[in-house]
Write a protein that binds this ligand. Structure first.
Ligand code: BYC
Length: 341
């Protein structure tokens, strides 16, 4: 059954009405392309479920980038130096840019950015659970960069090979920028961890608060992940939620050791047999609560987002009015030159 995205099915043009057996043949060819690691492009035939799944995931990703500007934006005016402020400003602007590339990728699937924004504002589409936690100190900016962007890269590198061309291509650039974001977060924590006892304590406190929510970013455990199997068969996802979560833990534990900070999980230890770090149980009730709107900052994030959208209405209207005026001018010009000819 296609995922419910709040998006209407695509109207079928008369030329698209299929004779019996034709859809099966199209599906077979589509799956062959996916299995051969070929890309599906916007004008190619695709199953309706594939289109809806992509819209759901790409829109959720775009919304996350835009909402993700809020927790860090909170620290732009209070960054501890001009250099840190310039870096943070650039990072937050990058997140806005990522949102825009992703909305553009979703638009190639026949949905408009306005529709997607409406679906977010009316609560029918989601954004990542991680952005419903508060940024209490400057060290949180470091922890977001190191852990949240680190988790994002782990999840997003495989998306560069997503079977849908526009999404995969958008991810290539996004991942390059995310790598810089992760480094800047690590650098903030590295500095704080070698600072005064108070700064070190602040860094440790931030890591304690962001560790578990970062593990939750990868989604529910595999047995509860309703979309993974189909998304993997369609080449949208390349790895399961648990595989990526494990990969993130494996690269992050040694980095914590270099930082000299601990991770808030007494069960983390290297497992020689598995060749991976073991880690403790995740509080899935917390993820469910946050995803269903009851995290520490859900209401605040959405209220701010909707207010920013309303405050920007006049800019969008002015841009449309200007475009209409230009178009009318061109038409008048074209008519005048037609008469002269
Ligand atoms: N938060 O079947 P599952 C960033 C939902 S931006 C909320 O495993 P799927 C950054 C899921 O949507 C980070 N909801 O789903 C930005 C589904 O519900 P629906 C965002 C979650 O899609 C600024 C249900 O749970 N990254 O990094 O196969 C600054 C069942 O899950 C979450 C992306 O969006 C969650 N954490 O797998 C810094 C990456 N997890 O839709 C950093 C692209 C699950 O049926 N997205 N749900 O109502 C993905 O890779 C996949 O969509 C997910 C989930 C791995 C997240």
């Amino acid at each position: 059954m296609p995922a419910d995205t709040g998006i209407e099915g695509r109207d079928q043009a008369p030329s698209e009405v299929r004779v019996a057996g034709e859809v099966e043949e199209l599906e077979r060819r589509f799956q062959e392309l996916v299995d051969a690691d070929q890309r599906i492009e916007p004008r190619d035939w695709m199953p309706e479920g594939y289109r809806r799944t992509l819209i759901r995931q790409i829109a959720q990703h775009a919304h996350s980038e835009i909402i993700g500007m809020q927790p860090e934006g909170n620290w732009i005016t209070r960054a501890p130096s001009l250099k840190r402020k310039a870096i943070l400003l650039a990072k937050v602007q990058d997140e806005g840019g990522h949102g825009i590339y992703l909305y553009s990728a979703a638009e190639t699937l026949g949905v408009s950015r306005d529709e997607l924004v409406d679906l977010l504002h009316s609560g029918r589409q989601k954004y990542s659970s991680i952005f419903n936690y508060p940024t209490l100190t400057w060290a949180d900016v470091g922890a977001i960069g190191w852990l949240v962007d680190g988790a994002a890269i782990t999840n997003q590198i495989p998306l560069c090979r997503c079977s849908y061309g526009p999404y995969g291509r958008a991810m290539v650039r996004i991942c390059k920028e995310e790598s810089f974001h992760q480094r800047q977060g690590y650098d903030i924590l590295y500095t704080l961890a070698r600072g005064t006892p108070r700064q070190r304590e602040m860094a440790q406190d931030a890591v304690n608060r962001w560790w578990w929510p970062s593990l939750m970013m990868f989604g529910p455990p595999d047995e509860a992940s309703q979309h993974s199997a189909q998304s993997m068969a369609w080449g949208i996802k390349r790895h399961s939620n648990d595989e990526l979560r494990q990969r993130f833990v494996d690269v992050t534990v040694p980095q914590a050791e270099v930082l000299g900070l601990s991770l808030p999980d007494p069960e983390i230890r290297w497992n020689e047999d598995r060749g991976h770090y073991d880690f403790g149980p995740i509080d899935w009730d917390e993820l469910r609560r946050v995803v269903s709107g009851d995290g520490p900052c859900n209401r605040q994030r959405m209220a701010h987002k909707v207010a920013a959208h309303e405050n920007g209405r006049w800019v969008r209207e002015a841009a449309l009015a200007y475009e209409a005026k230009l178009e009318a001018g061109y038409k008048r010009g074209a008519r005048a030159s037609g008469r002269a000819a």
